[in-house]
Design a protein. Structure first.
Length: 108
């Protein structure tokens, strides 16, 4: 292995790791394949991004409560979402249960 690694210009341990990974990818040895490791990394990245987006949405909703666009009970208030059918001042109410902390309780 030392002779081959010298010929390739790599450290013997790097060559050993490449061989081990090739055996795993080929199904000869147990372990995580490169494809599975990449898929897992992609899923972990997606989970991180979704959690971050949820935190941003929670902050946004809490700020809307603070400025009076959403009631403390988790409903959009009048004029919160204007549209042609429901112009500003209409009584449009949308439930947001489970998104906002309940009034008088800890946010977590």
């Amino acid at each position: 292995m030392k002779r081959v690694s010298d010929q390739l210009g790599v450290h013997p341990e790097a060559l050993r790791n490449w061989i081990r990974q090739a055996e795993i990818d080929g199904g000869v040895r147990a372990g995580t394949t490169i494809d599975d490791a990449q898929r897992l990394a992609d899923l972990e990245r997606e989970v991180h991004e979704l959690r971050r987006a949820n935190e941003i949405l929670k902050v946004l909703l809490q700020s809307w409560v603070a400025v009076g666009r959403i009631s403390g009970h988790g409903h959009f208030l009048r004029s919160a979402l204007p549209s042609r059918r429901h112009p500003v001042g209409s009584a449009l109410v949308l439930p947001l249960r489970g998104v906002l902390p309940r009034p008088g309780r800890d946010a977590h």
